[in-house]
Design a protein around this ligand. Structure first.
Ligand SMILES: Cc1cc2nc3c(=O)[nH]c(=O)nc-3n(C[C@H](O)[C@H](O)[C@H](O)COP(=O)(O)OP(=O)(O)OC[C@H]3O[C@@H](n4cnc5c(N)ncnc54)[C@H](O)[C@@H]3O)c2cc1C
Ligand code: SF4
Length: 473
């Protein structure tokens, strides 16, 4: 146990963020780093509860009390070994996981939870800087081959474990660099891309083969891979965006959030010049439609591009500031989230529906909206329009950030004719096997758009199943 009374003596201390006026002029990470001494004291707040609900809350089953104890005692290497046992990429989750573990931390019943996410990233960064993390290629090769299609966190996790198990793994990616939404969706100010390169480098040194710029289903047929490899793992994500089919949708200046975010990420990586960027918020009145994480990332990116004004609207009601009776601990707290991007300057409105887009000379100039309320009838929420509330929000750049509906179905999935579930994600059984005996799937492509930690967990599960399948075949 870290310290039997640590939580009574030590208050939660976060690393904190860079000052707003400094960080909005660059795309560097917003979050700062706490000194080692304070970090170890933060670990001492862990009570090593009889039933560690934090562990229950973590989708990759991180052994949180164990590594907190080792961290408190200054055994950084030991802490890393425990962390590495359950999570391939703590450097990603430690930066961008919304930390359901902290919502489930027993301390959070009546105090602030342990800084679990920050402790996680501190441990893995120390492990990199001290050289505890080195390439460890498998001692022998099984002679079996696996093609992993899609290099987001689920594909990376599956490829990593299968390679470590001795199989010869090729990770195919349609974009010019691997990483999936970690690289092309999530902004640099949340996750710097050198973190992905550092990990990919390590995996290549361990024998993983990465082939980028190849769209499977187009450049190479899925059926060819099925012939050539002993097993296939599809991890293509769920990136088909939800559209807003209202009057005026065809106007110029209305874009999907991902097109906007990808362009900025490509500029930051030197893959696109500023001048080539067709979606620039500079000097514009930006309206972000959609109140989730993607929308928040559009807010932060617009501010850094020097937008004149940024507004974000959401159709659902404003979440409460504290848990409601029907949302108790240790479940995920459905409470108002204010991101670092929101703090940087943005007007936010909830319970607003879009009526139509307005324009002049073919360009968007505003959006007509109206208020809605959600009424609970027989356990189901129904949306009702509030009459007389129509008004116009001026905007010359509108970003649609209303989530994603399912994987892209054209190309690979339609070519292979894989069975889909009722939400049009890839249908898999308990072993994450698809309707084709040799083809497995993981991540957002089977679960729908979710979180990095869920993608890693799913990639880890599928790797175990593929390994068993290969051992039997
Ligand atoms: C803007 C944004 C911000 C987010 N922020 C967070 C956050 O802060 N925290 C968090 O936990 N989660 C966040 N998420 C969610 C998270 O990024 C995803 O849940 C996660 O990346 C899903 O991983 P995946 O491996 O299943 O798919 P993806 O990351 O989508 O990767 C799929 C990969 O497959 C490739 N691909 C697709 N089709 C083919 C093909 N035919 N051939 C070859 N390659 C193909 C794609 O190019 C892509 O690289 C965010 C998502 C977005 C969009
Ligand atoms: S991966 Fe996420 S849920 Fe798990 S310990 Fe880290 S921050 Fe918590």
């Amino acid at each position: 146990m870290a310290d039997a009374s640590g939580f009574l003596k030590i208050k939660r201390k976060e690393a904190g963020n860079r000052p707003i006026n400094e960080r909005i002029s660059d795309f560097s990470e917003v979050e700062q780093v706490l000194n080692n001494e304070d970090r170890m004291l933060q670990a001492s707040r862990c009570m090593d509860c009889g039933i560690p609900f934090c562990h229950w809350g973590c989708p990759v089953d991180n052994l949180i009390p164990e590594w907190n104890d080792l961290l408190y005692k200054g055994d950084w290497k030991g802490a890393y070994m425990r962390l590495n046992a359950t999570n391939n990429f703590p450097e990603f989750t430690g930066r961008i996981c919304p930390a359901p573990c902290e919502h489930a931390c027993v301390l959070s019943i009546n105090q602030e939870p342990v800084t679990i996410r920050e402790n996680e990233v501190a441990i893995v960064e120390k492990a990199f800087s001290e050289g505890y993390i080195k390439p460890v290629p498998p001692k022998y090769r099984t002679g079996k081959t696996v093609a992993v299609i899609g290099s987001g966190p689920s594909g990376m996790a599956a490829a990593d474990l299968l390679n470590k198990a001795g199989h010869t793994v090729t990770l195919f990616e349609k974009d010019e660099k691997a990483g999936g939404l970690l690289r092309y969706g999530i902004p640099d100010f949340k996750l710097r891309k050198s973190t992905i390169d550092r990990r990919l480098d390590l995996m290549v040194k361990e024998g993983l083969i990465i082939r980028t710029g190849i769209t499977i289903g187009k450049d190479i047929k899925g059926s060819e891979l099925i012939e050539q490899f002993d097993a296939i793992c599809i991890t293509i994500g769920a990136t088909y965006p939800r559209d807003l089919k209202a009057e005026g949708r065809e106007l110029k200046g209305i874009h999907f959030a991902m097109d906007f975010l990808t362009n900025q990420n490509r500029i930051n990586s030197g893959l696109l010049s500023k001048e080539e960027n067709a979606i620039n918020a500079e000097g514009k009145k930006v309206l972000v439609i959609g109140g989730g994480d993607t929308g928040s990332d559009c807010v932060g990116t617009s501010i850094r591009q020097k937008a004149e004004k940024v507004t974000q609207i959401e159709i659902l009601p404003k979440p409460p500031l504290t848990r409601t009776e029907n949302n108790p601990w240790p479940y995920w707290g459905k409470i108002l989230k204010t991101s670092t991007s929101h703090e940087e300057g943005c007007d936010r409105f909830w319970g607003i529906s879009t009526v139509r887009f307005l324009g002049a000379n073919g360009n968007v100039t505003g959006v007509e909206v109206e208020d809605v309320e959600w009424k609970n009838t027989d356990g189901r929420y129904n949306m009702e329009i509030i009459p007389g509330t129509r008004r116009i929000i001026e905007a010359d750049l509108v970003l649609l950030a209303m989530g994603f509906v399912h994987p892209v179905l054209d190309g690979l999935l339609s070519e292979l004719g894989l069975e889909l579930d009722e939400r049009q994600n890839i249908k898999v059984d308990k072993k994450q096997s698809t309707s084709h005996q040799k083809v497995f799937a993981a991540g957002d492509s089977i679960n729908g758009a979710s979180l990095v930690v869920n993608a890693i967990a799913s990639g880890r599960r599928v790797a175990k199943e593929i390994d068993l399948f290969l051992k039997k075949s």
